[in-house]
Design a protein around this ligand. Structure first.
Ligand code: URA
Length: 434
């Protein structure tokens, strides 16, 4: 089988066979196909697309390109959740303790962030001592013991995706539905969960800007998961403005803890309830969404979810006293309040740009090698639909470096739009796909 023929076939709009897809993935992972040929194939796929079967074959080939974690010796259904990413997305930090404290088991592989803020691992490292560099043995025994474990993605998990994603990143071929769906699902399938709840973000701060695209991606991922025998469903949630009020790393961890104390922002709390009730349903912990919602509410009011976060932080070497006293999580001390320019309603927030403000402060990575400042970030004191008077504080920036602070303040300008009329109310959940 020749790579040249595979490229030409896709360039001419034909369908690739399972054998052709497995051949190029296996040989590329082994280093036997040069990047320039795979780049050409990615571009052909970008323009010609892949059908459902090709997408499933690509996913399975990538999922089996390295280690596949076997969680079958841990009793019960192991459930995972994945978000396609957005600004202020600290969902894992609150959601996982909530569902685990209700009886769900979560064995999760997470990554570091690239772009506007850190990923889940970066945020968890705000707890002094916390580590996700744990062995597979500890990973599994922790899930058996306290019901939850988060491990850094190993180099051997879906290595084909790792190589392909890096290549797509520099050849302008990331934003193709089949390629995104297969990339995400290959890692989820290799991580071994029996049930997967997907949070597909939609809006100006997400990969998927339109609802049609978000639905398409959700459908593709759900089909792949089900095709591989895993219980899978997706929620499409709003990312036209940042989630919650905090954007950064330690500052998001504080907000996640506030949420577990029952004091979280409304949109973020609701998203955790919606995703959490589906996780409890898919894990057979609850029989209906209404029952699951009640159980989740009780996990917060009783303090059980907070205790679960503390147990999880402690099990992975972190200082759990911070969970009960989040004000100790270090936040940068150069504080700037941004004021409303006029009276009116906040009609829109440039979500991507708010992410870039956090990146400018040093809260995200420009390249995989960049260091990240966990203490910087911002609080959005006002969000879409809020009424303000000129001079009210709309956002507060926390910086640790004067030059970055200056750059962040100028980047913030123009991110808030105003209107005289109240904008229509928005719901955090836009749709579900199962
Ligand atoms: N996240 C992934 O893991 N892969 C993609 O292709 C896009 C987002």
């Amino acid at each position: 089988m020749q790579m040249y023929d595979i490229i030409m076939k896709k360039r001419n709009g034909q369908t690739l066979s399972k054998e052709e897809i497995y051949h190029f993935i296996d040989e590329y992972t082994r280093g036997n196909i040069p990047d320039y040929q795979v780049s050409a194939l990615m571009m052909a796929i970008f323009f010609r697309g892949m059908d459902r079967q090709e997408t499933v074959d690509l996913t399975m080939a990538m999922a089996h390109s390295g280690d596949v974690i076997d969680l079958s010796d841990i009793p019960g259904i192991k459930c995972d959740k994945h978000s396609t990413g957005g600004v202020g997305d600290k969902t894992t930090l609150s959601l996982i303790p909530m569902v685990v404290s209700c009886g769900c088991r979560v064995a999760k592989m997470s990554g570091r962030g690239l772009g506007h803020t850190g990923g889940t691992i970066d945020k968890l490292e705000s707890f002094p001592g916390f580590s996700t560099s744990i062995s597979e043995e500890q990973f599994k025994s922790q899930v058996r013991g306290i019901g939850v474990s988060v491990m850094g993605q190993t180099a051997d998990l879906a290595p084909a995706d790792k190589k392909l994603y890096a290549l797509r990143d520099v050849t302008a071929t990331v934003d193709n539905m089949s390629l995104i769906a297969s990339s995400i699902m290959s890692k989820k399938l290799a991580s071994g969960a029996d049930a997967i709840v997907l949070d597909v973000k939609c809006g100006s701060g997400a990969f998927m800007k339109s609802l049609d695209d978000a639905r398409g991606l959700a459908r593709a991922m759900v089909d792949i998961g089900k095709g591989a025998g895993r219980r899978t469903m997706a929620v499409i949630s709003d990312m036209d403005q940042p989630l919650g009020r905090a954007v950064g790393n330690a500052i998001e961890v504080r907000e996640a803890i506030d949420t577990l104390m029952g004091k979280g922002p409304e949109d973020f709390t609701e998203l955790c309830m919606q995703l959490g009730s589906r996780m409890l349903l898919m894990s057979d912990v609850c029989g209906s969404l209404d029952e699951a919602r009640q159980v989740l509410k009780e996990s917060i009011s009783s303090g059980r979810a907070l205790d679960t976060l503390a147990a999880f932080v402690k099990a992975q070497g972190g200082d759990d006293s911070y969970v009960y006293d989040p004000a100790r999580l270090k936040i940068a001390d150069r504080v700037t309040e941004i004021k409303a320019e006029r009276d009116g309603y906040i009609s829109h927030i440039e979500c991507d740009e708010i992410g870039m403000v956090s990146l400018t402060l040093g809260g995200g990575r420009e390249t995989k090698e960049s260091d990240i400042d966990l203490s910087v970030g911002l609080i959005l004191n006002k969000k879409v639909g809020d009424h303000v008077s000129a001079g009210d504080t709309i956002a507060t920036i926390y910086a640790s470096d004067p030059d970055k602070e200056k750059a962040a303040i100028s980047r913030f300008a123009g991110t808030y739009l105003y209107s005289d009329d109240k904008p229509a109310d928005r719901s955090i959940i836009i749709d579900t796909v199962d």
